[in-house]
Design a protein around this ligand. Structure first.
Ligand SMILES: Cc1ncc(COP(=O)(O)O)c(C=O)c1O
Length: 402
């Protein structure tokens, strides 16, 4: 499991220089990095009417959302809490869109008042709640286009027996059986990919939907193409532009996209300190004050995160380990030009997406403090996770000191 990944970015290098100012473990979001990621979707917005939402599941720190909001059309939420959080962002005019397989009957009315757009995940949900929500929110239906591009089925929204959206063939059968099924439905939602840099897959998905749903699409107002594409790393944006333009001109649809990772992964870092270096006959282990629980996808999906300053040919090799009791709380094997010692800083690069939003405090290891690296290069501590928050979660009650 030796590591050879993306080279250290200039942002990460400057963060390493500043890292002594940071209390660790920390999550740092870089406002200039966010600007650059938002720049990467500008050509799509300029060439089409495509509206950009940011998917909160990837990251939802409100001050950072505030930085992003002026260049977005809204937020995509997956739950009542995310929808409420979207409404905490003080920038006006932001739309809130929601789709979830976990719609709860007791939340339907609150969601209807918070969300501008709700895409039901199933025909059953549409029938159950559609009429109740229609007066408040714009109603859509999530469809599963049944085209798989993702090798790992754990990431594939179109996997066999997927719980995510109405399979296209079911939808056409249901509409044939009940011509009033889509009465009140104004749009469809399609999210079918993960971390793809090949936007021809978005075009292929749109072509398939257009081919199967045909005139149904022309009767709708909008389509949401979901997330799952890394626009900043895409080979070419042209297929996406072509897909959006086709939906606009051929079907008269207003088109949305709701990327998550693409707009934040490259603008977030986890900064940690070495707590201990354990000797070993083979490779030494550096125990960090962070843990895979601050980036659970590294463990869930078995990938090794990028580490700034790692050097493929470096003379000093370490297993980077997290600080919990789980034997497998390991990031991987990394080499460096300089030795690591107690107190050395280790910065994980490209760590903006699905880290803080999935982080947990197993073993009582606190969540990372959150810092903003602003456009002038200054660092500000935004949030420190306290013992009080931890204790409250475990029922210790209000009034426990921070
Ligand atoms: C419905 C929906 N929209 C958007 C996203 C964001 O995807 P990504 O972060 O891969 O762009 C996801 C991710 O799971 C999703 O399920």
């Amino acid at each position: 499991m030796s590591h050879s990944k993306t080279q250290t970015t200039s942002d990460a290098a400057s963060l390493l220089a500043l890292s002594s100012e940071i209390e660790t473990p920390a999550f740092v979001y870089d406002e200039a990095g966010i600007d650059r990621l938002l720049d990467s979707v500008e050509p799509i917005r300029r060439s089409t009417g495509c509206r950009m939402l940011f998917s909160l599941k990837a990251f939802s720190f409100v001050d950072a959302l505030d930085v992003m909001a002026p260049r977005l059309d809204g937020f995509a939420a997956s739950s009542l809490f995310e929808a409420r959080l979207a409404r905490e962002v003080p920038v006006g005019g932001m739309e809130v869109h929601l789709t979830t397989p976990g719609l709860r009957p007791d939340e339907v009315d609150d969601l209807a008042s918070l969300c501008d757009y709700v895409s039901f995940n199933s025909i059953g949900q549409l029938r159950e709640y559609g009429r109740r929500m229609t007066p408040y929110a714009n109603i859509g239906l999530r469809v599963n286009p049944q085209v798989s591009f993702v090798e790992d089925v754990r990431y594939d929204p179109c996997r066999p027996h997927s719980k995510l959206g109405v399979p296209l063939n079911h939808l056409t059968e249901a509409v044939a059986a009940d011509s009033a099924l889509l009465a009140g439905v104004e749009g469809i939602h399609v999210h079918s990919n993960c971390d793809s840099t090949d936007l021809s897959q978005a075009l292929a998905t749109v072509r398939r939907i257009d081919e199967i749903l045909g005139p149904v699409l022309s009767g709708l107002d909008w389509i949401n193409l979901g997330g799952g594409y890394l626009f900043d790393e895409a080979d070419s944006l042209e297929p996406m532009i072509e897909a959006v333009q086709a939906l606009e001109s051929r079907r008269g649809l207003r088109v949305y996209a709701e990327p998550g990772a693409s707009l934040i992964r490259g603008a977030g870092f986890i900064v940690s300190s070495v707590l201990d270096v354990l000797p070993d006959e083979g490779v030494r282990t550096a125990v960090l004050d962070t843990t895979v629980n601050h980036m659970p996808e590294a463990l869930e999906y078995g990938w090794e995160p990028d580490v700034a300053d790692h050097a493929d040919e470096g003379a000093f090799e370490y297993i980077l380990a997290g600080s919990t009791c789980l034997a497998g709380d390991l990031f991987g094997v990394y080499r460096f030009d300089e030795p690591l010692e107690t107190g050395s800083r280790v910065v994980f690069d490209h760590a903006g997406a699905y880290t803080l939003s999935k982080a947990h405090a197993f073993n009582g290891v606190g969540l990372p403090s959150v810092y903003a690296l602003d456009r002038s290069g200054a660092l500000t501590l935004k949030k420190r996770f306290t013992y009080g928050e931890y204790a409250e979660r475990w029922g210790a009650g209000i009034g426990v000191p921070g």
